[in-house]
Every structure is written in structure tokens, then in C-alpha cells.
Ligand binder design. Structure first.
Ligand code: ZN
Length: 436
């Protein structure tokens, strides 16, 4: 039995899928115009874990996990103009980086990854429907959602009207009937990416893509909708309004799950504050992505997570200990205590504490793998992952120097490796190495 904290009701609820044979989860994915930072990686890791837990708890079900790619957006258009390239050059590049970075953190690709530029038809159809139901209107080449037309607007964030208008930080445009109204479609100037529509050539607003993709790929009502806390308002509020109004009142999601921020010092890590650390930078320091996955899962997903050097060092030390203690995986069941902790609203701090206490090596390995950890062999782990090739090349150079009786060079290579944290052990059968 899984329990999840539902943002809509503000309480932990027993998870009951609408169809226990087909579980649907949608998580808002990246806007691909820059390198992801570790704060962006948190939802990717958290919902990857939730998917693993769902698959474990419902072995006979098909778990359909959709994560979209926003590949049309004003920031993408601006980047493309700056580089003098087509927007697809920017989006292809950063989507590839995103998948590499998340892959290094043990995040499996979602079942479906719909791209906004491939879903314009369903978006236009939904906007059309919202005009028909009286929830949207056309003005000066734009189509806007009429917030006052939806009496249930604001149910997720529980904001009053004034806070909503202030929080949306929207420009008060002359074509808006109400300052809270938001854009479903906007005109594209010549030379800017756009599609033909009943309202002229233009492009979608951001919010409509998720509603349209969910409808197209998963259905009117899904089991779980996820994302970062910062998406509750206005993005998820807008998704809810669009979908509910287009679908005769059917709710968009049955459970709303939101992860907390990653903080740097006392502030949220964010591109606009310039205090970001990227998985790419971290992987350059140590290519073993499990360290950062472990760090991201070390706090409960709803709590803020302070990103520090200490956190990274502790995560590495704990993983070293687990790799030493764990044996080879066998096809057995994970530890019941670990499963129970994860099923209780993804209580990863408790799950990790219980993981460390498991006495049977094979059970530890299988249990860790449920969290996406201990995926390597212990030999691979202690040889440090990605830079092993380079280290082995230097060891070979040292062996060559020794063979030539050039002991000064051999000693220098040994000292350089030691300075890089690599300890060599010579024996009759050759040289082995490990990280300090
Ligand atoms: Zn979304």
C-alpha cells in the first residue's frame, strides 16, 4: 500500500489508482534552452524513484510515465536568435545534455516524452474547445483563458484573487479582459517559429501544452501529476483550469505530488540568482553519478535540500560503506522495511537508514537497486567510474617506465596518481588501484 502527500487536499492519502492495471503519471519536464542544474534534477530523480516504487508495488500493471519536453518558448527563441541558428539546434542540443545528465544520475527515460512542437494539433483542438465552452476568448491574435469564467480556479494553490494576480507577475496587457487571464495562444512575427491556427500564425503559451499532452497520451484524468513546488502556481493551477473546463468538469489528476527546492546557502538554487551547480560540473569532479542521486534522495522530497560540499562527501562515504557491505544482487525481494518506508510518501531518509542496517549482502544490493543505487559492481565503484581509462593508461606508463628501469618516472607517476586520490597496490600479478 502506497501513501502519497496530495497537495490538493494537503494530506497524506492512500494511493488507489483508477485502473490498477494501467497507472498514469505525468511530470512537467524541462524547457530545453540551457544546461540543467542540480535543482532541476531533483524532480527527475524523485519521480524516477516514485515510478520504481509504483512498478514494484503493482507488478502486473503498466505504469505509464510521461514527461514532456518544452521545445518552443520565448527563451529558446531568444537563444536561437543570439546564436543565429534554428530553434531546433538549441533544443536538440540541450535535450541531449538533459538526457545524458539525468542518465548519469540513474534516471531512466520516461515511458513517453512528448515534445510541444509535435503536439500543436491537440493544443489547437483544446483551445478551440475552451472558446466553445466560453472559458477562452480571442483578442488581437491572442487567445486567453478567462480566469473569472472558472469559479473553481485557485483550488490547488488556495490563493485569493489578489495574491493570484500579484503572483502571476503578468504584464497588464490591453487585450486582456482580466489581469489574471493567461495566454493559450500568441501571434508569431514573421521569421519567428509559428504554426497556422484559426487565430492566425502563432505559437502556444506554455500551460496549454501539458493539458493537451496529458489528454492526448494518458486520458482526461490521470492518477498522479508531479513537479516542483514552484509549479503549483500559476502553472499547475492553469493546467487544472484548462483541462477541467475542456472536459466537462473531469479533474485533471487524482493526486498532486510536489517536490521541494534545492537550496544554496539560504537561497533557492536558480538560474536567475546565478547560484547554480550543474550535474555536468559535479560529474567532472567525480563521474560516479550515484553520489549525487544519493545526495538528492537524502532529504525527504517535500523538504528543502541544502546542497553543500559536506552533503556530497557524506553521500560518497555512505556509498563507499554500502558498496563494501553489499554482495552481488540475487533475484530476491528487497527488504520489507525499505519498501515500507518508500511506500510511505517516499520516506527516503528512513529507507536509507534501514538500507544501511541490512545484514544480508544480497538483500542490501537488491534493496538499494530499488532506490536506483548500487547499480555498479563494487570493483567498478572503487575504481571510480568514468576516469578509469585515464588512470589505467597512467598505470601502464608507469609499468613501462619500471620495465625500462626508469624508476624516477615510475615514482613520479605514482606520486601524481596519489595526489589525485588514487592508491596503487603492486603485487606479483601486476598493479591494482583504488580511490582513497
Ligand atoms: Zn506542466
Amino acid at each position: 500500500m502506497i501513501r502519497l502527500h496530495d497537495t490538493m487536499t494537503r494530506e497524506k492519502r492512500v494511493f488507489e489508482p483508477a485502473d490498477p492495471k494501467r497507472i498514469t503519471m505525468y511530470v512537467c519536464g524541462p524547457t530545453v534552452y540551457g544546461r540543467a542544474h542540480i535543482g532541476n534534477a531533483r524532480p527527475a530523480v524523485v519521480f524516477d524513484l516514485l515510478r520504481r516504487v509504483l512498478e514494484h508495488e503493482y507488478p502486473d500493471a503498466e505504469v505509464i510515465y510521461a514527461r514532456n519536453v518544452t521545445d518552443v518558448d520565448d527563451k529558446i527563441i531568444a537563444s536561437a536568435e543570439q546564436e543565429g541558428v534554428d530553434p531546433s539546434v538549441i533544443t536538440d542540443r540541450y535535450e541531449r545534455f538533459y538526457l545524458e545528465d539525468m542518465g548519469a544520475l540513474g534516471v531512466n527515460p520516461p515511458t513517453i516524452a512528448p515534445h510541444a512542437t509535435q503536439e500543436i494539433g491537440p493544443m489547437i483542438a483544446m483551445i478551440d474547445r475552451l472558446i466553445e465552452t466560453g472559458n477562452a476568448y480571442e483578442a488581437e491574435g491572442h487567445v486567453l483563458f478567462s480566469v473569472p469564467s472558472d469559479p473553481d480556479y485557485g483550488s490547488l494553490s488556495r490563493r485569493d484573487r489578489e495574491a493570484m494576480v500579484a503572483g502571476a507577475r503578468v504584464e497588464v496587457a490591453p487585450y486582456k479582459r482580466d489581469p489574471a487571464d493567461f495566454v493559450l495562444w500568441k501571434p508569431s512575427d514573421e521569421g519567428v517559429i509559428g504554426w497556422n491556427s484559426p487565430w492566425g500564425r502563432g505559437r502556444p503559451g506554455w500551460h496549454i501544452e501539458c493539458s493537451a499532452m496529458i489528454r492526448a497520451h494518458l486520458g482526461e484524468t490521470i492518477d498522479i501529476h508531479g513537479g516542483g513546488l514552484d509549479l503549483i502556481f500559476p502553472h499547475h493551477e492553469n493546467e487544472i483550469a484548462q483541462s477541467r473546463c475542456a472536459h466537462d468538469g473531469a479533474p485533471l489528476a487524482r493526486y498532486w505530488v510536489h517536490n521541494g527546492f534545492v537550496d544554496m546557502g539560504s537561497e533557492k538554487m536558480s538560474k536567475s540568482l546565478g547560484n547554480i551547480v550543474t550535474p555536468a560540473e559535479l560529474l567532472e569532479q567525480d563521474p560516479r553519478g550515484e553520489i549525487y542521486r544519493f545526495a538528492l534522495l537524502s532529504a525527504h522530497y517535500r523538504q528543502p535540500l541544502a546542497w553543500t560540499e559536506d552533503l556530497i562527501a557524506q553521500s560518497k562515504a555512505t556509498l563507499d560503506r554500502l558498496y563494501r557491505a553489499a554482495g552481488d544482487a540475487d533475484p530476491g525481494e528487497p527488504d520489507a522495511g525499505v519498501i515500507e518506508a518508500l511506500a510511505d510518501d517516499l520516506n527516503t531518509p528512513l529507507a536509507m537508514a534501514r538500507l544501511s542496517a541490512i545484514e544480508e549482502p544480497a538483500v542490501m544490493k537488491v534493496s538499494a537497486r530499488l532506490l536506483g543505487l548500487l547499480q555498479s559492481s563494487s570493483d567498478e565503484w572503487f575504481q571510480g567510474g568514468g576516469d578509469a581509462g585515464d588512470i589505467e593508461a597512467r598505470i601502464a606508463a608507469r609499468a613501462e617506465a619500471k620495465k625500462n628501469r626508469d624508476f624516477a618516472t615510475a615514482d613520479r607517476i605514482r606520486d601524481e596518481l596519489k595526489a589525485d586520490g588514487i592508491v596503487l597496490e603492486d603485487s606479483a600479478s601486476g598493479t591494482t588501484w583504488r580511490k582513497e
